[in-house]
Ligand binder design. Structure first.
Ligand code: CMC
Length: 380
């Protein structure tokens, strides 16, 4: 049925594009719930894999279900040597998000059977993607330095193993726990740009590796997942607490965006930023403070002073970069880490989309010419 009246809204702002029971945001009160559970509770009491199970399968797992899920993921962490060989040919100067998008899509070549009505196929695709994406991110990081990929360590949990594959050192338990909470906080966030991209791709009934690859491509942009990387570059550019005020004033005068601030939905401080700030405080007090932490606090104070009336507060990306940097993670891996976490949300939406599928095919308001003449090339 064609709608008789549609108002065009750039960015589809405020237009419902789906019905979902995966997550909920109250942007005025600063609340985020996964399957009805407050993110603060999951961050404090749960783990990333438990949260992923909740998002994807719709309920908190029993002890046995969680154990089975963790073991399944453990068994599928390795990547095939031909994928590693392919990755060795990637240019080392390439961005890790491009490497990840290519490698995620390549999984479709190796697991090409597509049986979207088979629960076992769905389960395996979920496990493979969740298990292999961290390994691919870490493998590219090693390979671009000329090293072989570091094999996953079966003694370590999901978060600790990823940090291990980056350095070949077992991480400090506090660092691993903080990283696990970061993954939980980034796992899902309603119908954001990359999730919408995943849903549109899923609606064509293509394979899940293509779904995740398209979402990775969307997440890479600086207005979405790429912002956490930009935040760190910005803090480096500011360089000192004394430079914060001139930086903010110049940005506001020239109407330039300050990275890590503002959100389409939150008009108060993003609850994930509040939790991440607490984690940052914990990490900095155990590992030592540095000037970037002081610059960030002053930046939040001044931006809130000047832009709170527009509902501009720190978003999730503002403190996540600081935390990752303190964990020794290179800046250009911040967005791939966002992808490692968000794959849980993408897969939950993939499953939800398949259950009620109708291919996305919105309409447009045509603003071009009609009956335009074709001018022969020599006369143009
Ligand atoms: N710095 C300065 N001013 C801002 C900012 C910012 N970061 N964000 C919005 N504004 C101002 C904007 O200039 C506008 O002012 P005015 O009404 O005077 O023209 C007003 O706030 C509303 O802006 P908008 O463009 O209508 O807001 P939006 O909902 O379209 O944008 C956003 C949301 C996230 C794209 C934007 O806030 C932004 O570009 N932030 C910086 C990039 C960033 O941190 N992105 C991460 C987003 S959260 C994680 C994710 O989704 O991946």
């Amino acid at each position: 049925m064609t709608a008789t009246f549609c108002e065009y809204k750039p960015g589809l702002e405020g237009i419902p594009a789906t019905k979902s029971s995966i997550s909920h945001v109250d942007g005025n009160q600063g609340i985020l719930e996964y399957r009805g559970i407050d993110i603060k509770e999951l961050a404090e009491k749960g783990s990333f894999l438990e949260t992923s199970y909740l998002l994807i399968w719709g309920k908190l797992p029993s002890q046995e279900e969680l154990r089975e899920f963790e073991i399944d993921i453990l068994f599928h962490r390795r990547i095939k040597y031909r994928i590693r060989d392919m990755m060795k040919c990637f240019p080392e100067s390439g961005h890790p998000m491009d490497a990840l998008q290519t490698s995620a899509a390549a999984l479709g070549l190796f697991y090409s059977r597509r049986a979207l009505d088979d629960p076992e196929y769905i389960r395996k695709a979920v496990v493979r993607l969740m298990a292999k994406i961290p390994t691919m991110v870490a493998a590219f990081h090693q390979m671009r330095k000329g090293n072989d990929a570091i094999k996953p360590n079966d003694e370590l949990n999901y978060a600790a193993n990823f940090l291990y594959m980056l350095t070949e050192k077992e991480p400090d338990p506090i660092a691993a726990k903080v990283f696990d909470v970061c993954l939980t906080l980034h796992a899902e966030h309603t119908i954001n740009a990359s999730t919408f991209s995943a849903m549109v791709t899923a609606s064509t009934l293509t394979d899940p590796y293509g779904v995740v690859a398209s979402a990775v491509g969307t997440l890479a942009g600086p207005l979405h997942g790429g912002a956490n990387e930009e935040v760190l570059l910005m803090l480096e550019e500011i360089g000192s607490v004394a430079n914060v005020r001139p930086f903010v004033e110049e940005h506001i005068a020239k109407k330039k965006r300050i990275m890590g601030f503002g959100h389409r939905v939150y008009k108060v401080k993003d609850p994930r930023a509040t939790i991440l700030q607490e984690l940052a405080e914990k990490l900095f007090s155990s590992m030592g403070y540095d000037r970037y932490y002081d610059i960030a606090l002053e930046l939040e104070r001044l931006v809130s002073e000047k832009l709170a009336h527009k509902g501009i507060y720190p978003n999730v990306d503002f403190y996540s970069g600081l935390v990752y940097r303190k964990l020794g993670i290179p800046t250009d891996l911040f967005t791939p880490i966002f992808a490692i976490a968000r794959v849980a949300g993408w897969l939950a939406h993939w499953k939800e989309q398949l259950a009620v599928n109708r291919i996305f095919r919105p309409t447009q308001v045509y603003a071009g010419k009609h009956n335009a003449p074709y001018i022969p090339i020599a006369e143009r």
